[in-house]
Write a protein that binds this ligand. Structure first.
Ligand code: PEP
Ligand code: MN
Length: 339
């Protein structure tokens, strides 16, 4: 159930409704919007009785939610969510660009890429310290040492750090050194991990699972939000199909499809979405053109030496060119993307 407050409802009236929800043993999720506040209710095993709320001061209506998700939807919040990361944001007017290597491999490598990322005007730096590799013998990341390098990059360049956590102890560490917790495609349905990041004070970048439907992906976001963390950014990174000309099939239709259902910002990852260097820029352009709030892109100072995902890494020059192109596209379509 969803409680829609009147436009002129006071803060005190919202608090009173929250108290009634909690008194029934449920969890309340107040979402202030531009024109009114709505309060989502979770934690109920059976239908919530609307009569508890209908006569409370400030309540406009109690709406039964028929969809499987309650908190990610436009019903709860009609305006787009802007996820704020310090003085940077994702989902606002500016195109968010998150760039960096697949993995932090060394201080020199990470700084060489970060310097170019800073120069491009991007606000976010990516780099994995914990890598989810298909083979246990492949490079697994530098762990905490990698996170320390990322923290140095934040201090040196003012870039916000986006980095993956594979498990709960990894979340503790990312909370210490990073700014945004990435949940990778392979972890999208690790429900204990989702609940853990739902309790974090840091925003979460939630990648779409390798073969996840839209509903499964949005329900994964719902896990995070149901724990009280509403700072969730979705990321389309390609799905498994029969196609063999790409590593994954980048599902660009997912962007408008998500928009129609959810207020959460959504990014495109043309790097994992294609797996091939020469396809990254064309698909990045397309991602921005379909209205993504930003991109997450892999860049390496020496792609042929990369310890992971070298085939899809852009050179520093290619990356700089990509940024200027996607900014131009965003300028053209921005007014439409905001609606
Ligand atoms: C990554 O961003 O390097 C990564 C492992 O991505 P994904 O989870 O989308 O495969
Ligand atoms: Mn990668």
């Amino acid at each position: 159930m969803l409680i829609v407050m009147k436009a002129d409802a006071t803060e005190g009236q919202v608090k009173d409704v929250v108290r009634v929800i909690e008194g029934l043993g449920y969890k309340a999720h107040p979402m202030p919007g531009a024109s009114r506040t709505a309060i989502g209710i979770t934690g109920n095993q059976t239908a919530v009785d609307a009569s508890h709320f209908e006569n409370l001061a400030g309540v406009a209506e109690a709406v039964r939610v028929s969809k499987p998700y309650k908190l990610v939807t436009l019903d709860l919040r009609a305006e787009k969510t802007i996820v704020r990361v310090g003085d940077a944001e994702i989902g606002g007017e500016e195109l968010a660009i998150i760039a960096g290597p697949c993995a932090v491999e060394s201080r020199n490598q990470a700084f060489a890429v970060a310097e170019a990322v800073r120069r491009s005007g991007a606000r976010f730096f990516r780099g994995g310290a914990f890598k989810p590799r298909t083979s246990p013998y492949a490079f697994q990341g530098l762990g905490e040492e990698g996170l320390k390098i990322l923290a140095e990059i934040r201090d040196a360049y003012g870039l916000k750090i986006v980095t993956e956590a594979l498990d709960e102890s990894g979340v503790d560490l990312v909370e210490r050194y990073g700014d945004v917790i990435q949940i990778g495609a392979r972890s999208m349905q690790n429900f204990t991990l989702l609940r853990r990041v739902g309790k974090s004070r840091l925003p979460v970048l939630l990648k779409r699972g390798l073969s996840a439907t839209l509903d499964e992906w949005l329900l994964a976001a719902e896990y995070i939000m149901s724990e009280g963390n509403y700072q969730v950014v979705l990321c389309e990174r390609g799905i498994r199909t029969f196609a063999q000309h790409t590593r994954n099939t980048l599902d660009l239709a997912a962007i408008p499809a998500v928009r129609r259902i959810s207020h959460l910002p959504v990014l495109v990852d043309p790097s994992h979405g294609t797996g091939k260097n020469y396809m990254v820029t064309p698909l990045a352009r397309a991602g921005v053109a379909v209205g993504a709030d930003g991109l997450i892109v892999e860049v390496h100072d020496q792609p042929d030496q990369a310890l992971s995902d070298g085939a899809q890494a852009l050179t520093l020059e290619q990356y700089e060119q990509l940024v200027s192109e996607v900014r131009a596209i965003h300028e053209v379509i921005a007014p439409a993307a905001v609606t």
